[in-house]
Design a protein around this ligand. Structure first.
Ligand SMILES: Nc1ncnc2c1ncn2[C@@H]1O[C@H](COP(=O)(O)OP(=O)(O)O)[C@@H](O)[C@H]1O
Ligand SMILES: [Mg+2]
Length: 246
């Protein structure tokens, strides 16, 4: 039976008086990939940040493994360790080497054995073809390399859910493919549960089990991946796809 990792019910999110998310409902099962698509400003980042406890929400419910999450993100310390996130801007610590960036949270926050985490970190670096950069500093890496490190750093926490918010949006085109390949492998080989915001439509079409199409803070469509790309249900989604040039 499908194991539900996350469920969102009637979520409303306000910035001041202004409502950014309207009655959001969806769920994601273990091993599934949900892709959030929609025009700029439609609320994709707001939703993903709310799911990671980076934004408080006013009403509605979020369940993690069937257990309702407290809406106050200050109580999310434990939960946040189970939810890995990679943003558009690789937020590596500039004063730490690649390896120390990766070790920091598993050792300091999770209190895991440093030698064991280091062994695992080096294996992960191997996987993203950056083991020989373990002792480099972030400034010595390209954008694509930094983003691969940011992914490894999130994975080193053993997350149960990974959130990706336009992780290739600021990369040079030749860097994009390597990063997307890693995310695709995480789905195919590790069956990682993931929520992905992307403007790479070919990638989205290949990886998405489910597409949520947002506009003005509302889910206009919730459609199985390939079906969304072949037969979008709304005119707005059709228009969006036609504008994407893929
Ligand atoms: N911290 C904030 N304060 C006020 N408004 C915000 C804030 N962050 C985002 N918004 C607004 O919320 C809406 C959705 O933004 P966002 O979630 O970033 O959209 P997307 O990621 O789809 O481009 C936009 O109108 C944006 O201007
Ligand atoms: Mg965004």
């Amino acid at each position: 039976m499908a194991e539900e990792i996350l469920k969102v019910e009637h979520l409303n999110k306000f910035y001041g008086d202004w409502q950014a998310l309207h009655d959001i409902n969806f769920s994601i099962n273990k091993g599934e990939v949900v892709t959030l698509l929609g025009p700029s400003g439609s609320g994709k980042s707001t939703l993903i940040r709310t799911l990671n406890g980076l934004e408080p929400f006013k009403d509605g419910r979020i369940y993690f493994h069937g257990k309702q999450v407290d809406p106050n993100p200050k109580t999310w310390q434990d939960l946040r360790q189970k939810i890995g996130m990679v943003f558009q801007s690789y937020d590596l610590f500039p004063n730490l080497t690649v390896l120390d960036n990766i070790l920091l949270a598993p050792v300091k926050v999770q209190g895991r054995d440093k030698a064991a985490v280091q062994k695992e970190a080096l294996e992960l670096l191997d996987r993203v073809e950056l083991r020989n950069h373990a002792d480099a500093y972030p400034r010595e890496l390209s954008g694509g390399q930094k983003q691969r490190i940011a992914i490894v750093r999130a994975l080193a926490m053993h997350p149960e859910l990974m959130l990706f918010d336009e992780v290739t949006a600021s990369l040079d085109p030749e860097m994009v493919r390597g990063v997307l390949k890693i995310i695709k492998e995480l789905s195919d080989q590790d069956h990682m549960t993931m929520i992905i915001v992307t403007h790479e439509m070919n990638f989205a079409a290949k990886i998405a089990d489910q597409v949520l199409f947002l506009e003005n803070g509302r889910i206009l469509e919730e459609t199985p991946g390939q079906q969304f790309f072949d037969h979008p249900q709304t005119d707005r989604a059709t228009e969006f796809l036609n504008s994407m040039d893929f």
